[in-house]
Design a protein around this ligand. Structure first.
Ligand code: GGG
Length: 357
């Protein structure tokens, strides 16, 4: 079988530290899985590249990436030197938008053995998937500033919700609820009480799409209520669909209830495969711990597991998830964010040892 071609972008900050561990684990998967072929090519794009070339990635970067089956991404951001709005909006946001990676999948799953922060909640209670709209909404980049530097200065930033954009991500959420076949439930996150144009539109489309899935139950949560319910009764969720901004915010909360940002993986999917999909951690570049060797690589390793699954390597993906569960349950090799004293590399090494056993 032809090798899966993977573009690797470690990016900034701890992205440079966790990506080698993700690659170490995927290479071990390759060694131990007959027929699994992965061909990696690394690109030095990010804030260091910006300082040298004046842009986060070359002009033809998207053309280059189109030739790959998937993109494995570390982190973006070096706020002391490049403003975050430049680094984010000229690296990962254009990749997500131009490659129509409209469904950003973020599993919120408390693994057995992880001490989550919610008293009395077990892995059976915290096991849902957030589907974040990933190409438009509040991140559409529509707006501008006028009368800069004068007392009349004004800034306008407009959300953009299209019928196509809402409908496709909602359908994806319903299909996912069918495929998971757990509670067969989709929750829509809205704010239509206060956003009476865009979010009422969102609600209308949700109702239309839901009508095509009579076998799936639905509910609608205002985003403030959803935040409260993630804490109060996470067991109420199965698949949750939200706009770009709401999904971004709620998945940091989701990461915390599954044990911390160090665990949370993310998949930016182009479901029809017309462009490559991108796999990354939910966390960013964590400038406060860069260079200390203590970054937790589990989220990036888990993102690699989602990548194998999306590439159709189902058995390999299941084996890697099993290894992650074994690693976490043993609880012996933990970085400081999880209360341990291990370094970043020790986590990757331990995962490889489990896979080689
Ligand atoms: N690993 C992804 C990363 O660096 N994320 C930084 C971030 O703030 N992302 C915002 C977003 O996911 O839209």
């Amino acid at each position: 079988m032809a090798a899966h071609k993977i573009a690797v972008i470690p990016g900034d900050g701890i992205g440079q530290e966790v990506m080698p561990e993700g690659l170490k684990v995927l290479r071990t998967m390759q060694e131990t899985t007959p027929g699994l072929e992965l061909a990696f090519e690394t690109f030095p794009w990010g804030c260091d590249y910006y300082r040298e070339h004046g842009s986060m990635m070359p002009d033809d970067a998207l053309k280059t990436l189109e030739a790959f089956d998937a993109i494995y991404f570390g982190a973006v951001g070096d706020p002391d030197r490049i403003p975050d709005h430049i680094s984010l909006s000229t690296l990962i946001l254009p990749i997500r938008k131009n490659f129509q990676q409209f469904a950003c999948i973020r599993p919120i799953k408390l693994l057995p053995g992880v001490a989550g922060p919610l008293a009395g909640k077990t892995p059976a209670d915290i096991d849902f998937v957030m589907v974040r709209e990933n190409t438009e909404g509040e991140y559409a980049d529509a707006g501008g500033r006028l009368h800069a530097g004068t007392p009349q200065e004004v800034a306008i930033q407009t959300s953009v919700f299209t019928r196509t954009g809402c409908e496709r991500v909602m359908r994806f959420a319903f299909e996912l609820a069918r495929k998971r076949n757990k509670a067969r439930h989709v929750t829509s996150v809205t704010k239509s009480n206060a956003q009476r144009h865009s979010m009422v539109f969102w609600d209308d489309i949700f109702k239309e799409v839901a009508a095509d899935y009579p076998d799936i139950d639905t509910s609608s949560n205002l985003v403030d209520a959803a935040a409260m319910n993630f804490i109060r009764r996470p067991e109420a969720f199965d698949v949750v669909v939200a706009s770009n901004l709401f999904g971004d915010i709620l998945t940091d909360l989701g990461a915390v209830i599954m044990g911390g940002m160090g665990y949370a993986p993310s998949a930016n999917l182009n479901p029809d495969g017309s462009y490559p999909s991108m796999f990354e951690s939910v966390h960013g570049s964590a400038p406060d711990i860069v260079g200390k060797g203590i970054a937790n690589p589990l989220a990036t390793i888990w993102a690699g597991q989602l990548m194998l699954d999306f590439l159709g390597e189902r058995d390999a993906a299941a084996r890697l998830l099993g290894a992650l569960e074994t690693h976490v349950q043993a609880g012996k090799v933990r970085t400081p964010d999880l209360g341990g004293t291990s370094c970043t590399g020790a986590v990757g090494d331990n995962l490889c040892d489990i896979l080689l056993r």
